[in-house]
Design a binder for this molecule. Structure first.
Ligand code: ADP
Length: 471
């Protein structure tokens, strides 16, 4: 099949979170299965654009309201990704360092979507399916089916994946003119609660809607910032497909970012070497169990309760464990985490910022990974942790519920029900008991490293879904 993925992120070209990991891996696995997979994304002026050379493949214009934007479709001169990567360069809108969080994000991503369809319209081959990811690409299914300019795509199936339903991208009807002209009869297809809402539009117009885990689909049908009713209405065309992980990038045997590579047989020595390095870098004691957290420091991830948890655990059971945090996000959380460092020097450290290499080292060197998330559509961290022999401590929600079973239920992780200080500290206490029982801890470590969470299964599920849409 000829598959086009459209996304705001794709690893390694631009990554803010799990969306990038998914869009960077799923097409590779689809290509390995013999399909043609292409990723179309914006060309940001970050590290990837500075470190690679590109050739211009197509030039055109995208009209946003009364403004014309010139754009170029670029290709990296060398591509070893295993699928075709095309980057849309729109000067004035994307020649900035960051992916999101600009005042004109709506303008930026609508222009990107229009440019993507303008290029696709000129492409010789009509794709078999267009797969859009998250709200930044949410108008594509609508435009492909209802905007006259793109009539060529009326019968091309669209799949829309909700990676994170918290971000909806809504704006007022005063900016309806951003979208290319369409019959006012269809206004309802871009609207939700009197606002223009790309996420709602995608849920209404895509041929199929997927979420990144089955439990997340169940949960958002009852709670998703006022959109649950729409999800229940469209439930018939929706399904949850659990994400996989890129088992080549996330492989402790070959990962170049580690201090020492290891497999199931050499996990004890391998993990120890990585833990020793981490502990020496952050002034921690390697003989203690190491609890870690990696991620965005936002309410969704339960990051706001981390400072209180750290205080309680280190104050009431001093010297029994170390805690290391890697993340960035809300300033008050970053500040509270940094403030604790003086008080608990030698047992606690936080690295505020984004650091890909350090994240790999932590997955490899930690004993436990905390994920107290309030919302977790799938969560990749727990799957990376499993692969690297680190026991996840997770709140039972979304994809965490689908991927981690508690040791008390013949499983391999530590689970808790609420995103509260008492639930998490109790889970940490249970984890320490597990750590002390060396035989069981070793057994669990071996068991988790052998779980197969690679994309093979999910990539096939997506192909079957696309094929079911063939006219
Ligand atoms: P989300 O997309 O909601 O942020 P996921 O669990 O799906 O969460 O994916 C998070 C990805 O981002 C993982 O690959 C994780 O290792 C990475 N990550 C998050 N924060 C950081 C950070 N500060 N430094 C390095 N990697 C990070």
């Amino acid at each position: 099949m000829d598959i086009i993925h459209i996304s705001a992120e794709c690893y390694p070209a631009a990554k803010v979170g799990g969306l990038a990991d998914v869009v960077g891996a799923l097409p590779k696995y689809q290509a390995l299965m013999g399909h043609s997979a292409t990723v179309l994304m914006p060309f940001y002026h970050g590290k990837f654009s500075r470190e690679n050379e590109f050739s211009t493949f197509f030039s055109g214009f995208a009209r946003l309201g009364h403004t014309n934007f010139a754009f170029n479709v670029l290709k990296p001169k060398t591509n070893t990704l295993g699928y075709e990567l095309l980057l849309i360069d729109i000067p004035g809108l994307f020649d900035r360092d960051n992916v999101y969080s600009y005042h004109d994000d709506s303008e930026r991503f609508i222009t990107f979507q229009i440019a993507a369809l303008n290029w696709l319209r000129e492409r010789e081959k009509t794709p078999d399916v267009v797969h859009c990811h998250d709200q930044h690409t949410g108008f594509i299914p609508f435009m492909m089916s209802k905007v006259r300019e793109y009539q060529r795509f009326e019968n091309v199936p669209t799949v829309f994946t909700i990676h994170n339903g918290q971000y909806q991208g809504q704006f007022g009807f005063d900016r309806l003119y951003y979208l290319p002209p369409f019959h006012s009869y269809f206004n309802g297809l871009v609207e939700w609660h009197n606002l223009i809402n790309p996420l709602a539009s995608a849920i209404k117009c895509a041929w199929r809607v997927t979420t990144v885990s089955p439990s997340y689909l169940d949960e958002i049908s009852y709670s998703m910032n006022g959109m649950e009713e729409l999800l229940r209405t469209e439930r018939g065309k929706s399904l949850g497909i659990l994400n996989g992980i890129d088992a080549d990038v996330w492989n402790p045997e070959t990962d170049p970012m580690l201090e020492k590579n290891f497999d199931v047989k050499t996990a004890d020595e391998g993990k120890k070497a990585n833990k020793d390095l981490l502990c020496s870098q952050f002034g921690l004691d390697p003989s203690k169990p190491l609890f870690t957290f990696i991620g965005r420091l936002v309410g969704e991830k339960g990051a706001d309760i981390l400072p209180d948890i750290i205080y309680d655990v280190l104050h009431y059971s001093p010297g029994e464990q170390n805690i290391l945090i890697l993340g960035s996000g809300e300033k008050h959380v970053e500040h509270a985490l940094l403030q604790l460092e003086d008080q608990f020097k030698g047992n606690y450290c936080s690295y505020i910022g984004y650091n890909e290499r350090l994240s790999h080292l932590i997955y490899a060197g930690a004993d436990f990974l905390l994920m107290p998330s309030r919302v977790e559509p799938c969560g990749l961290n727990q799957m990376y942790a499993l692969r690297y022999g680190t026991v996840p401590i997770v709140r039972r929600t979304g994809g965490l519920r689908d991927t981690v079973t508690d040791i008390g239920d013949n499983g391999f992780g530590v689970c808790h029900d609420q995103c509260t200080k008492s639930d998490v500290t109790h889970a940490i206490h249970r984890a320490k008991l597990l750590y002390q029982n060396k035989r069981t801890f070793k057994k669990v470590r071996k068991q988790i490293m052998e779980i197969d969470h690679s994309w093979n299964k999910a990539a096939l599920e997506y192909i079957e879904l696309y094929q079911s849409l063939k006219l």
